[in-house]
Design a protein around this ligand. Sequence first.
Ligand code: NGO
Length: 527
Amino acid sequence: MRQHRRTPRLLGTLLLVAAAGFSLAGAAPHTRAAAPPVRLVPAPASLEEGGAPYRITAGTRIRVDGTPEVRAVGEYLADILRPSTGYRLPVSSHGAGAIRLRLGGKGLGAEGYRLRSGASGVTITAGRPAGLFHGVQTLRQLLPAAVERRTVQRGPWGVAGVTVTDSPRYAYRGAMLDVSRHFFTVAQVKRYIDELALYKINKLHLHLSDDQGWRIAVGSRPRLAAHGGSTEVGGGPGGHYSQADYRAIVRYAASRYLEVVPEIDMPGHTNAALSSYADLNCDGVAPPLYTGTDVGFSSLCVGKPATYAFVDDVIRELAAITPGAYLHIGGDEAHSTSHADYVTFMDKVQPIVAKYGKKVMAWHQLTGATPAAGAVAQYWGLDDTGAEEKEQVARAARNGTGIVLSPADRLYLDMKYTADTPLGQDWAGLVEVRRAYDWDPGSYLPGVPAAAVRGVEAPLWTETIRSSADIDVMAFPRLPGAAELGWSPASTHDWDTYKVRLAAQAPRWDALGIGYHRSPQVPWPAH
Ligand code: NGO
């Protein structure tokens, strides 16, 4: 805790030093600082600066502990550094290495790490490979932004002398991508995963089904993907993931230490399924496919046994290809289902999730039914959602339901930044960068015990989002703020220092080809 309190002061000092460094570079471009100023997002739990910097050179080697996971993290680091530095950077579990990834250290937890840099090298130590991976993200941010480019750049490749001791505030640090309203290919999802990993996000929630499209092949129900996946908002061709595609996403996410949380939304948001199988409809008539953006008009037929045979097939197949702990069953906006039916439906469906070895995750409307033991409710209300609805969530939290916070007027990445943002929606209001960042997940919902808060998630709904460029400009720069809320101790929370650290990310996004909203709230460097 003492260390935590030290961080903001240190960051303040850093800003002064950094500001001085920049003006120097401006006056005399040939005077290259030994290492860039330290501006990390998310803010680490503890940062001490001082000592000589390290410089990566043609002779630098990466020494890893001998397990395959640690070696893979070493290779991942080398893959980032080689194209821009042009150096060989061999990865080896023998001999010396100035960059060292090692397992060990006490008290760093499942995802924490320690990073020490000095004249002789950089050592990242962690209890688990996930911590090494997060430490590698920190190392990237200690290097000049040009290191992210894919062609050889001019160095030098300095790393400031630091000791970072870091572990996350929350275990659940998520981002959601809606692949139903518009379909996104495996390559596009992988690209987003890489962007999430930069900021230590560890959950990728995939919204795999909705009225406009069913996006995962289910062997026992082939029409779901073949018919239900054949369009999208606006009437485009849609698409779906084969189970092999989905496994590839899960594997790629795991290689970046993210767990996939798949969502099949029900009983509402199910037009694509209802259109694929007539017997899921109470009247036995399959509706046409839907390509608009209305919500709340569809429902599985709660009274029919066929509905639960269907849910069993889907959950069974999805659970079998999902190594993560959670299956998200939606449960939002069931406006065409009576309350009694909603409760009945959730009472029948939650045990199916448990039967296949998974825990239930659902939007917070689940708290209006009876959440199963171990369930997590995802809050997507607004700051000014009524006290009664918030209290319902809080009551569930006090009874053991976990809470993930995705307040729509804070963390919905599909909300417009300003009235003239070309993409996005504004039903929850306009969400500029400061608004997205400047709140505390620990005290956001009155009456929720702090221990019930599992973390935060930034959902990106895609009614208006069609490409990776669209994803980028809505996610950046709000996503790093969500990541910081999930990772950094509350004691580091400070808009004035955050916005300067955030601004320093922009050259990295430029180097990575990530377009972003140049919010006037953030002191961006000139292009
Ligand atoms: C709501 C709705 C989604 C929309 C989204 C758009 C939830 C949980 N249900 O969020 O269907 O796509 O808003 O912002």
